[in-house]
Write a protein that binds this ligand. Structure first.
Ligand SMILES: C[S@@+](CC[C@H](N)C(=O)[O-])C[C@H]1O[C@@H](n2cnc3c(N)ncnc32)[C@H](O)[C@@H]1O
Length: 425
């Protein structure tokens, strides 16, 4: 039996999941406020939420005090049920299992275990599934045996992909039991073990985001294939607002829709597809093969023929643009950089920020939209970019309530626009 004296984390706030790493790189770990057996009242959660958002806003202003920034636009999240992904360890005591989290750096043991029954940051569909999945697997020794970790990936419409990670090879008996589980719960199941990935129906979900239009215009739907293990923005509602902000920023800045957009670190085309409505052509690049394949599907599904995507790292793209290297991956798709007339570049790098060579490339663009999940590397990069550009807009998107993490959006414009198209090679 699982000892009852262990804290039942009914409303743990959030895992300290590194915001921009792939889910598989960032195990869920326990953290922060609203943790513990008591379920916080809605009023106290709302008050705590407002306080933590104010604190993030103040921290951001202090961090960027050395730069000339405009008033920060602040986008509040739902305080709870905002995450479309969650992952937990599975803790075994005798024949019983439970969901578990461990604080960062803590060795997993009964003493450090935080039992999780419900998880307030996760969307309601994940919370509804958690007890049903646990009951079904607890009752089945084949599914339970050496089950180590579970990863949930949900969509706003309730589609659900569940990855069950094991410390044993997965055989046909496991697959038969997992197929039964999948049918009973109405979910997609993937089994993973060392060197093994058994996909029972599909290894992705399809998210539908409603992207707000400019003031007074209706929102537009976009479909996104989101593969297991690839990066996706965890807070779907906040993601809609981030994309809406980026679209509005380029329109309000008066950037010519006859010009082209370059995007680095494009993932599955999250920003690319809605932004492509505001440009003649878009060239998007991304390093992850899985994300590039999803982006190709998303381009077709959303009928965006003016978007092309190439699997290149930001560093490689910079080398190609500088004429230092040529890439078969561009030639195969008949992508000619010289045929683009880029007015704007959008970057959304991982937490490490943008490398020096790519920063120098960005400085050649009249307009830069920078989406960042790490204000510290953003601040360091802005130090460089502000040598050539001014910051016209800055936004705080609270993607990760009750964590130290803050997502930002920045629009920069070149101080002295080069004559003609400064970025045509
Ligand atoms: C913060 S995510 C943003 C993805 C996308 N813009 C979105 O909103 O979903 C960063 C992306 O950069 C990719 N990435 C990481 N290092 C990279 C590099 N050196 N060059 C290009 N892409 C990289 C990751 O695979 C990931 O998809």
């Amino acid at each position: 039996m699982i000892p009852r004296n262990l804290a039942a984390v009914t409303h743990a706030s959030t895992p300290s999941q590194a915001p921009s790493e792939s889910p598989s790189q960032a195990p869920a770990k326990a953290s922060a406020p609203h943790e513990g057996p008591a379920v916080a009242s809605e009023t106290s959660v709302a008050a705590d939420y407002d306080r933590q958002l104010d604190a993030k806003h103040e921290a951001l202003k202090a961090l960027f005090a050395g730069l000339d920034i405009p008033a920060i636009e602040v986008f509040a999240s739902a305080p709870q049920h905002y995450r479309m992904r969650a992952e937990f360890r599975i803790w075994h005591e005798d024949d019983a299992i439970c969901y578990a989290m461990f604080s960062p750096g803590q060795k997993a043991s009964s003493a450090t275990l935080q039992r999780v029954e419900q998880f307030a940051p996760a969307c309601e569909a994940i919370n509804a599934l958690m007890p049903r999945l646990l009951a079904a697997t607890s009752a089945d020794p084949v599914l339970r045996r050496r089950w180590y970790q579970v990863e949930f990936l949900a969509t706003l419409s309730g589609e659900m992909l569940v990855t069950m990670v094991y410390h044993r090879p997965l055989d046909d008996a496991w697959e038969a039991a997992a197929r039964q589980l999948q049918a009973t719960l109405g979910i997609h199941v993937i089994g993973r073990s060392r060197g093994q990935k058994r996909v029972l129906s599909q290894d992705f979900v399809t998210e539908r985001l409603e992207i707000p239009g400019p003031a007074g215009t209706p929102a537009a739907p976009f479909l996104y294939r989101q593969p297991e293990g690839a990066f996706t923005q965890p807070n779907a509602r906040m993601c809609e607002r981030m994309i809406g902000w980026a679209c509005e920023a380029v329109q309000q800045a008066g950037i010519s829709p006859a010009s082209d957009l370059l995007e680095l670190y494009c993932g599955n085309g999250n920003f690319t597809l809605p932004l492509s409505r505001h440009f003649r052509q878009v060239l998007a690049t991304e390093v992850s093969k899985t994300s590039v394949q999803a982006a190709q599907w998303n381009i077709q599904a959303n009928a965006r023929p003016n978007v092309r995507i190439a699997r290149l790292s930001a560093e490689e793209y910079t080398q190609a643009m500088q004429g230092e290297r040529s890439f078969r991956r561009l030639r195969e798709q008949e992508i000619s950089l010289a045929e683009h007339d880029f007015s704007t570049v959008l970057v959304d790098p991982p937490r490490a920020g943008v490398d020096d060579a790519t920063l120098a490339l960005l400085q050649r663009f009249p307009n830069i939209v920078y989406i960042s999940c790490n204000p510290h590397t953003l601040c360091a990069n802005l130090d460089t970019l502000c040598q050539t550009h001014t910051i016209e807009r800055m936004a705080l998107f609270d993607q990760f309530p009750f964590t130290p993490h803050t997502e930002c959006g920045v629009l920069l414009r070149q101080r002295l626009p080069a004559s003609g198209t400064g970025t045509r090679r």
